[in-house]
Design a protein around this ligand. Structure first.
Ligand SMILES: N[C@@H](CCC(=O)N[C@@H](CS)C(=O)NCC(=O)O)C(=O)O
Length: 215
Protein backbone atom coordinates (compact mmCIF):
# COMPACT_ATOMS: atom_id res chain seq x y z
CA UNK A 1 0.00 0.00 0.00
CA UNK A 2 1.43 3.40 -0.93
CA UNK A 3 1.93 5.93 1.88
CA UNK A 4 -0.39 8.36 0.10
CA UNK A 5 -3.30 5.96 0.47
CA UNK A 6 -5.78 6.29 3.29
CA UNK A 7 -7.13 3.28 5.15
CA UNK A 8 -9.99 3.99 7.53
CA UNK A 9 -11.57 1.31 9.72
CA UNK A 10 -15.13 1.79 10.96
CA UNK A 11 -15.26 -0.19 14.17
CA UNK A 12 -16.55 -0.26 17.73
CA UNK A 13 -14.58 -1.34 20.82
CA UNK A 14 -16.69 -4.37 21.86
CA UNK A 15 -17.48 -5.71 18.34
CA UNK A 16 -15.96 -9.15 17.76
CA UNK A 17 -15.72 -8.78 13.97
CA UNK A 18 -14.17 -5.30 14.36
CA UNK A 19 -11.59 -6.89 16.65
CA UNK A 20 -10.86 -9.58 14.06
CA UNK A 21 -10.12 -7.01 11.33
CA UNK A 22 -8.12 -4.79 13.72
CA UNK A 23 -5.92 -7.82 14.54
CA UNK A 24 -5.57 -8.61 10.82
CA UNK A 25 -4.45 -5.04 10.03
CA UNK A 26 -1.92 -5.19 12.87
CA UNK A 27 -0.66 -8.62 11.76
CA UNK A 28 -0.26 -7.25 8.24
CA UNK A 29 1.83 -4.40 9.63
CA UNK A 30 -0.49 -1.73 8.17
CA UNK A 31 -1.34 1.69 9.55
CA UNK A 32 -4.94 2.77 9.71
CA UNK A 33 -7.26 5.37 11.14
CA UNK A 34 -10.05 3.95 13.30
CA UNK A 35 -13.35 5.79 13.61
CA UNK A 36 -16.71 4.99 15.17
CA UNK A 37 -19.57 4.56 12.68
CA UNK A 38 -21.24 8.01 12.42
CA UNK A 39 -24.54 7.85 14.33
CA UNK A 40 -23.71 4.29 15.50
CA UNK A 41 -23.95 1.08 13.50
CA UNK A 42 -27.24 0.61 11.73
CA UNK A 43 -27.92 4.38 11.69
CA UNK A 44 -29.11 6.13 8.53
CA UNK A 45 -25.91 8.23 8.54
CA UNK A 46 -23.73 5.13 8.63
CA UNK A 47 -25.88 3.24 6.10
CA UNK A 48 -25.35 6.14 3.69
CA UNK A 49 -21.65 5.19 3.79
CA UNK A 50 -21.88 1.43 4.38
CA UNK A 51 -25.20 -0.02 3.11
CA UNK A 52 -25.02 -3.10 5.37
CA UNK A 53 -24.84 -0.83 8.44
CA UNK A 54 -22.48 -3.31 10.14
CA UNK A 55 -19.02 -2.95 11.61
CA UNK A 56 -16.31 -3.50 10.61
CA UNK A 57 -16.03 -1.71 7.29
CA UNK A 58 -13.10 -0.07 5.58
CA UNK A 59 -12.70 2.98 3.40
CA UNK A 60 -9.57 2.53 1.30
CA UNK A 61 -9.07 5.73 -0.65
CA UNK A 62 -12.82 5.96 -1.31
CA UNK A 63 -13.40 2.23 -1.83
CA UNK A 64 -15.83 1.19 0.91
CA UNK A 65 -16.19 -2.46 1.91
CA UNK A 66 -17.95 -4.27 4.76
CA UNK A 67 -17.73 -7.97 5.82
CA UNK A 68 -14.63 -8.95 7.78
CA UNK A 69 -13.44 -11.83 5.56
CA UNK A 70 -13.98 -9.82 2.37
CA UNK A 71 -11.96 -6.95 3.87
CA UNK A 72 -8.98 -9.14 4.71
CA UNK A 73 -9.16 -11.00 1.38
CA UNK A 74 -9.29 -7.66 -0.50
CA UNK A 75 -6.22 -6.36 1.35
CA UNK A 76 -4.41 -9.62 0.54
CA UNK A 77 -5.46 -9.35 -3.11
CA UNK A 78 -4.02 -5.84 -3.50
CA UNK A 79 -0.80 -6.88 -1.75
CA UNK A 80 -1.31 -4.69 1.33
CA UNK A 81 1.03 -5.89 4.07
CA UNK A 82 1.84 -9.47 4.92
CA UNK A 83 -0.57 -11.97 3.29
CA UNK A 84 -2.90 -13.62 5.79
CA UNK A 85 -4.01 -16.46 3.50
CA UNK A 86 -1.72 -19.21 2.16
CA UNK A 87 -0.89 -18.91 -1.57
CA UNK A 88 -1.60 -22.54 -2.58
CA UNK A 89 -5.23 -23.23 -3.51
CA UNK A 90 -5.90 -26.09 -1.08
CA UNK A 91 -4.45 -24.60 2.12
CA UNK A 92 -5.97 -21.27 1.03
CA UNK A 93 -9.43 -22.84 0.69
CA UNK A 94 -9.01 -24.59 4.07
CA UNK A 95 -8.05 -21.31 5.72
CA UNK A 96 -11.14 -19.64 4.26
CA UNK A 97 -13.36 -22.54 5.36
CA UNK A 98 -11.97 -22.31 8.90
CA UNK A 99 -12.57 -18.57 8.99
CA UNK A 100 -16.17 -19.06 7.80
CA UNK A 101 -16.71 -21.77 10.45
CA UNK A 102 -15.45 -19.45 13.19
CA UNK A 103 -17.64 -16.57 11.94
CA UNK A 104 -20.84 -18.41 11.12
CA UNK A 105 -20.91 -21.30 13.60
CA UNK A 106 -18.61 -20.71 16.57
CA UNK A 107 -19.26 -16.98 17.08
CA UNK A 108 -23.09 -17.23 16.93
CA UNK A 109 -23.01 -20.10 19.44
CA UNK A 110 -21.04 -17.88 21.84
CA UNK A 111 -23.34 -14.90 21.13
CA UNK A 112 -26.37 -17.06 22.04
CA UNK A 113 -25.15 -16.93 25.65
CA UNK A 114 -25.09 -13.10 25.82
CA UNK A 115 -28.63 -12.85 27.23
CA UNK A 116 -27.52 -14.96 30.24
CA UNK A 117 -24.81 -12.45 31.25
CA UNK A 118 -25.80 -10.60 34.41
CA UNK A 119 -28.85 -12.83 34.95
CA UNK A 120 -29.05 -14.89 38.15
CA UNK A 121 -29.15 -18.69 37.85
CA UNK A 122 -27.47 -21.28 35.65
CA UNK A 123 -26.82 -20.44 32.01
CA UNK A 124 -29.01 -22.35 29.51
CA UNK A 125 -27.54 -25.86 29.25
CA UNK A 126 -28.44 -26.29 25.56
CA UNK A 127 -26.60 -23.09 24.58
CA UNK A 128 -23.55 -24.11 26.64
CA UNK A 129 -23.54 -27.55 24.95
CA UNK A 130 -23.82 -26.00 21.47
CA UNK A 131 -20.80 -23.80 22.18
CA UNK A 132 -18.84 -26.77 23.58
CA UNK A 133 -19.73 -28.78 20.45
CA UNK A 134 -18.51 -26.05 18.10
CA UNK A 135 -15.27 -25.70 20.07
CA UNK A 136 -14.73 -29.47 19.70
CA UNK A 137 -15.47 -29.25 15.94
CA UNK A 138 -12.87 -26.50 15.61
CA UNK A 139 -10.30 -28.82 17.17
CA UNK A 140 -11.06 -31.39 14.49
CA UNK A 141 -10.82 -28.80 11.67
CA UNK A 142 -7.43 -27.39 12.61
CA UNK A 143 -4.63 -28.75 10.44
CA UNK A 144 -1.13 -29.75 11.45
CA UNK A 145 -0.36 -26.24 12.65
CA UNK A 146 1.37 -24.63 14.30
CA UNK A 147 -1.17 -21.90 13.42
CA UNK A 148 -4.70 -22.49 12.11
CA UNK A 149 -3.72 -21.79 8.49
CA UNK A 150 -0.28 -23.43 8.65
CA UNK A 151 3.20 -22.15 9.35
CA UNK A 152 2.27 -18.48 9.94
CA UNK A 153 -0.62 -16.82 11.81
CA UNK A 154 -3.34 -15.74 9.38
CA UNK A 155 -6.99 -14.89 8.79
CA UNK A 156 -8.58 -17.73 10.82
CA UNK A 157 -6.28 -17.03 13.77
CA UNK A 158 -7.47 -13.40 13.83
CA UNK A 159 -11.08 -14.59 14.00
CA UNK A 160 -10.32 -17.16 16.65
CA UNK A 161 -8.35 -14.73 18.85
CA UNK A 162 -11.38 -12.42 18.85
CA UNK A 163 -14.00 -15.14 19.45
CA UNK A 164 -11.82 -16.88 22.07
CA UNK A 165 -11.79 -13.63 24.01
CA UNK A 166 -15.60 -13.70 24.01
CA UNK A 167 -15.61 -17.36 25.05
CA UNK A 168 -13.13 -16.64 27.87
CA UNK A 169 -15.29 -13.76 29.15
CA UNK A 170 -18.45 -15.91 29.02
CA UNK A 171 -16.65 -18.83 30.66
CA UNK A 172 -15.58 -16.59 33.52
CA UNK A 173 -18.80 -14.69 34.17
CA UNK A 174 -21.15 -17.65 33.56
CA UNK A 175 -18.95 -20.39 35.06
CA UNK A 176 -19.28 -22.54 31.92
CA UNK A 177 -16.27 -24.78 32.60
CA UNK A 178 -15.20 -24.71 28.93
CA UNK A 179 -11.70 -25.08 27.59
CA UNK A 180 -10.80 -21.82 25.84
CA UNK A 181 -8.73 -22.48 22.67
CA UNK A 182 -5.01 -21.71 22.90
CA UNK A 183 -4.04 -18.59 20.90
CA UNK A 184 -1.27 -20.50 19.12
CA UNK A 185 1.87 -22.53 19.62
CA UNK A 186 3.13 -22.33 23.22
CA UNK A 187 -0.02 -20.37 24.08
CA UNK A 188 1.54 -17.15 22.78
CA UNK A 189 0.17 -14.34 20.64
CA UNK A 190 2.25 -12.51 18.01
CA UNK A 191 3.57 -9.29 19.57
CA UNK A 192 1.85 -7.09 16.93
CA UNK A 193 -1.62 -8.14 18.05
CA UNK A 194 -1.19 -8.51 21.82
CA UNK A 195 -1.97 -4.88 22.74
CA UNK A 196 -5.04 -4.74 20.49
CA UNK A 197 -6.38 -7.98 21.94
CA UNK A 198 -5.79 -6.78 25.52
CA UNK A 199 -7.82 -3.63 24.73
CA UNK A 200 -10.62 -5.76 23.25
CA UNK A 201 -10.70 -8.00 26.33
CA UNK A 202 -10.98 -4.90 28.52
CA UNK A 203 -13.91 -3.68 26.37
CA UNK A 204 -15.63 -7.07 26.78
CA UNK A 205 -15.09 -6.93 30.56
CA UNK A 206 -16.65 -3.46 30.56
CA UNK A 207 -19.65 -4.76 28.57
CA UNK A 208 -20.15 -7.67 31.01
CA UNK A 209 -19.78 -5.40 34.06
CA UNK A 210 -22.37 -3.00 32.59
CA UNK A 211 -24.77 -5.96 32.37
CA UNK A 212 -24.16 -6.63 36.08
CA UNK A 213 -21.93 -9.71 35.70
CA UNK A 214 -19.75 -10.62 38.66
CA UNK A 215 -16.02 -10.68 37.82
N1 LIG B 1 -20.52 -11.04 8.71
C1 LIG B 1 -20.20 -9.72 9.21
C2 LIG B 1 -20.78 -9.57 10.60
C3 LIG B 1 -20.62 -8.16 11.12
C4 LIG B 1 -21.50 -7.93 12.33
O1 LIG B 1 -22.52 -8.61 12.55
N2 LIG B 1 -21.12 -6.92 13.11
C5 LIG B 1 -21.93 -6.55 14.25
C6 LIG B 1 -21.05 -6.05 15.38
S1 LIG B 1 -19.98 -7.32 15.97
C7 LIG B 1 -22.86 -5.46 13.82
O2 LIG B 1 -22.45 -4.56 13.09
N3 LIG B 1 -24.11 -5.53 14.27
C8 LIG B 1 -25.06 -4.51 13.97
C9 LIG B 1 -26.08 -4.91 12.95
O3 LIG B 1 -26.08 -6.09 12.53
O4 LIG B 1 -26.86 -4.05 12.56
C10 LIG B 1 -18.67 -9.54 9.22
O5 LIG B 1 -17.96 -10.56 9.18
O6 LIG B 1 -18.20 -8.39 9.18
Amino acid sequence: MRVTEMLRLYATPASVYSCKVRLALALKGLEWEEVAPPGGYGSAAYRALVPQGTVPAIDHDGFVLAESDAIVEYLDDIGAGRPLLPADPQPRARARALSRFIDTRLEPSARALFPAVGVAGSPPAAAREALARHLATLDGLAGSGPWLAGPAPGLPDCGLWAVSSVVAMLDRVLGLGLEVPSPGPAGELPAEVAGHLAAYRAALDGWAAAKGAAR
